[in-house]
Each structure stands twice: as C-alpha cells, then as structure tokens.
Design a protein around this ligand. Structure first.
Ligand SMILES: [Zn+2]
Length: 199
C-alpha cells in the first residue's frame, strides 16, 4: 500500500550542497532530498517526527573514510533505529546506486520480503524483520488503511508532508554543485501550490 513501497529507481540526488564544516548542517538538505523519511525502512517524519528521531547516516562510515564525514554524496537520511543497526557495516547497497524496490517488498502482514541478495543484506543488517519492526509496520499499515476509509483528513496528515518544510533557497550554503535544485525544494513547491497532498 501507499507508503510501504520502496523506490522503483535508484535515488538521483536533486541537491548538491558542499563546504559545510559540520555534517549536521546538511540535515535540512537531506530531509528534503529523501522526502522526510528513512531511506532504509520508509518510516516517515510524519509518523513519529519528534526531534531526535532521525539521524544523518554516513553510508561509508567515518571510521573507514574520515574524508566522507561532511561529503553530501556520502550522507543519507535514516531513522535512528536503522542508523543504529547499520553502524559501521559496509555491506549494504547504496540507495543512490540500487533501486531498493528491486531488493525488498513489504508484505501485507508487515514482513519484509527480500527479492535478491542485496535485499537479504538489507533485511539482515537493518533487522527489518525483527519482531518489533514487523508488528510496528503492520500496525501502521492497518491504521493507515482504516484512516484512508474513515478519516481521510487524518490519513492525509500522516501521508503528507511535514509542516516544517525547509526553505533551501535561504540556506546560504558555502557551495552547491546543483544550485537549481533549491527551486524545487518541497517548501518552494508548497509556495507554488504544487505540493502533492500525499506521497
Ligand atoms: Zn529506518
């Protein structure tokens, strides 16, 4: 169902900020880049978006490549649970190189089914089928299905964008290899009335 399908294509980065001295400065860029959800488990800010719930994930761990610490192309947006599970593991595929939709499918009972070897790595490293994760996912799926039928407004709140969209046009980043991307940040889309109700 909506919200529980992995991307059918590898992620193509829309933004290219560079030059920040601390990786935390990339947070809003990454939120927008990865549509306010965890790249690994699809958990959304809108589902549990309290501050501190999401981390900046170093795809190649800093312990392996310290130079990648503040390199935007090495940074992903992940929930704290997935970030903690991945830790220093190098063996998972990069969502910017591999379509996770080719690797994983979420079943109606909340289980994640791996579709290939990369999917098995993702499932195992990120503990996607831990009893907690499966029951949590299943509960959300049933909740959203019920809301879709019985309370469409609340369904849209959970499946829509967060209120606090960052306006990337006002970030004054030190450098940017994809400066045009800021015009299509979700804040700008909302301003132009082009933000979808749900995604
Ligand atoms: Zn996650």
């Amino acid at each position: 169902m909506q919200g529980f399908e992995y991307p059918a294509e590898p992620h193509v980065r829309r933004h290219g900020p560079a030059g920040y001295a601390d990786y935390g400065s990339y947070r809003d860029w990454l939120r927008d880049e990865f549509i306010f959800r965890c790249v690994y488990c699809l958990h959304r800010e809108q589902w549990y978006g309290r501050p501190g719930t999401f981390d900046i994930e170093h795809f190649v761990p800093v312990s392996v490549d310290p130079l990648g610490k503040c390199e935007y192309t090495n940074l992903l947006y992940a929930c704290r649970t997935c970030n903690a599970a991945k830790t220093n593991v190098l063996a998972v595929p990069d969502p910017c190189s591999v379509a996770f939709g080719d690797c994983l499918r979420i079943e109606r009972d909340g289980e994640v089914a791996p579709l290939n070897a990369d999917g098995k790595k993702l499932r195992d490293v990120l503990c996607l089928n831990s009893p907690f994760n499966v029951s949590y996912r299943s509960r959300w799926m049933r909740t959203l299905e019920t809301l879709r039928d019985c309370d469409p407004q609340l369904f849209e709140e959970f499946m829509g964008f967060p209120e606090n969209l960052p306006d990337l046009r006002r970030k004054h980043e030190p450098a940017n290899t994809k400066p045009d991307g800021v015009e299509d940040c979700y804040f700008a889309l909302r301003e132009r009335g082009e933000l979808p109700t749900t995604y």
